[in-house]
Design a protein around this ligand. Structure first.
Ligand SMILES: Cc1cc2nc3c(=O)[nH]c(=O)nc-3n(C[C@H](O)[C@H](O)[C@H](O)COP(=O)(O)OP(=O)(O)OC[C@H]3O[C@@H](n4cnc5c(N)ncnc54)[C@H](O)[C@@H]3O)c2cc1C
Length: 401
């Protein structure tokens, strides 16, 4: 006999867990299916950077709202997620980088972000450990970082305590449709009857979309990271690079996390495996150049993760008009962790009430299926006309049972 589920969320990464928590808080009993472990993919591989700065401006309102939720997440989830809001320094080493940064921060300030340019002396006041080549930086005081394992685990644990059910080491193999509407999910172990499926499958989001006959312009991109042995507390800011070549932070227990790109990820991905012996030293050399004080620290572990990179670098969020009951929450293009709390909230709002408190209009699937100039239905905070066709309105449904 198939099991019945109010909603099935495919993927137990931070997005799936945050969505499950928000839905369970509203009284729904969602099922989360995860083919490996909770947070076993990108959500357990990332740097924990929680930033608004240097984002695509279309995401800025989501990022700014997410920061607000991060501010009270420890209380909400009853767990210390090691959230540190001490700013993000994006370091520049040349006049050219400073100039590019100046232009970029003007655009970000125009949409309401608190951000400033600092000269070398001002950077030294905030972080006295920078190397000699640093000539300035942008500084966003409300950016920060978090422990990604604890955030994902916190959402998972709280969702479970509120009635969400989690099935790990179980893989979704197919999604059943009747007259193009979602009716169920088939895994390698079970069948679930449901009229609502959330695609929170991260880098497998394209494969899951293919299960209902849709496609996404998404490709996997390798990203590698390393962690050092612990060191006494040095600085609290999230560190970024003007050209995005590396990023990192000191963790609560003293280790330094550093991640980076060297431009050969495409090639590496084609080979199907990470190249730690190449990228590890490349990241380390950059870090030593920018923070010479760290030159004798030992790297204790390296790993790689896959980024769900969309062709336009923006996530896909909201209902599919083509397949009623199919919801997208994927394609975060390498910077989704900072957005997780707000994504959990808006996807839940959409499912419960068919509208969101904050616009997600720019992230609809129909930007690919119809083109940018087409209005998305049921994707924003305005009440939309086609909503009844694609939205099960779970709040009304809850009242009726
Ligand atoms: C090295 C690295 C560093 C990063 N650093 C940052 C950072 O500092 N700040 C930031 O904001 N973002 C960062 N990111 C990006 C961030 O990690 C992701 O945007 C975010 O974790 C995406 O969460 P998710 O839940 O969508 O995906 P995931 O965590 O990948 O979760 C998707 C889950 O779906 C499961 N799944 C897939 N297919 C199926 C199926 N058929 N059946 C069942 N389960 C399935 C997978 O096993 C996986 O666990 C980084 C990413 C990487 C790789």
């Amino acid at each position: 006999m198939p099991e019945k589920a109010d909603a099935v969320i495919i993927g137990g990464g931070v997005m799936g867990c945050a969505i499950a928590y928000n839905l369970a808080k509203e009284g729904l009993k969602p099922v989360v299916i995860e083919k490996s472990d909770i947070g076993g993919e990108a959500s357990g591989a990332n740097g924990g950077g929680v930033r608004q700065s240097a984002r695509n401006l279309k995401e800025m309102h989501l990022a700014m709202e997410s920061i607000q939720i991060y501010g009270q997440l420890c209380e909400e989830l009853d767990i210390d997620v090691e959230y540190v809001r001490e700013g993000n320094l994006r370091l520049c080493t040349s006049e050219e980088e400073l100039e590019t940064m100046r232009k970029s921060i003007e655009n970000q300030k125009a949409v309401g972000l608190e951000l400033e340019m600092l000269d070398r002396k001002q950077v030294l006041e905030i972080n006295p450990h920078i190397g000699e080549k640093i000539v300035g930086a942008s500084f966003c005081p409300t950016d920060g970082h978090v422990n990604p394992f604890l955030v994902t685990y916190g959402f998972f644990k709280k969702a479970k305590s509120k009635g969400a059910r989690f099935f790990t080491h179980e893989e979704v193999k197919d999604i059943h449709l009747r007259k193009s509407k979602v009716t169920g999910v088939v895994t390698d172990k079970n069948t679930f009857e449901t009229d609502l499926v959330v695609n929170a499958a991260g880098v497998a989001g394209r494969k899951v979309a293919n299960m209902v006959g849709l496609d996404l312009p998404m490709r996997p991109v390798f990203s590698e990271a390393l962690i050092t042995e612990p060191y006494p507390p040095l600085f609290k800011q999230m560190i970024g690079h003007a050209k995005g070549l590396f990023y990192g932070r000191q963790t609560a227990h003293g280790s330094f996390f550093w991640g980076g790109f060297v431009g050969t990820e495409q090639f590496i991905h084609r080979q199907g495996k990470p190249l730690f012996h190449f990228i590890g030293p490349a990241i380390s050399r950059m870090v030593i150049d920018y923070f010479p004080i760290l030159k004798d620290l030992n790297v204790i572990r390296m790993w790689s993760g896959l980024i769900a990179q969309m062709s336009d670098g923006l996530p896909v969020l909201g209902f599919s008009e083509e397949v009623p009951g199919f919801v997208f929450a994927t394609g975060f293009s390498g910077h989704g962790f900072g957005l997780a709390p707000i994504i959990g909230r808006v996807i839940s709002e959409l499912i419960m009430d068919c509208q969101t408190s904050i616009s997600i209009r720019d992230f609809c699937y129909s930007r690919f299926s119809k083109g940018r100039d087409q209005e998305c239905s049921c994707q924003g905070n305005a009440v939309c006309t086609t909503v009844t066709a694609v939205c099960p309105n779970k709040r009304e449904w809850l009242k009726s049972i």
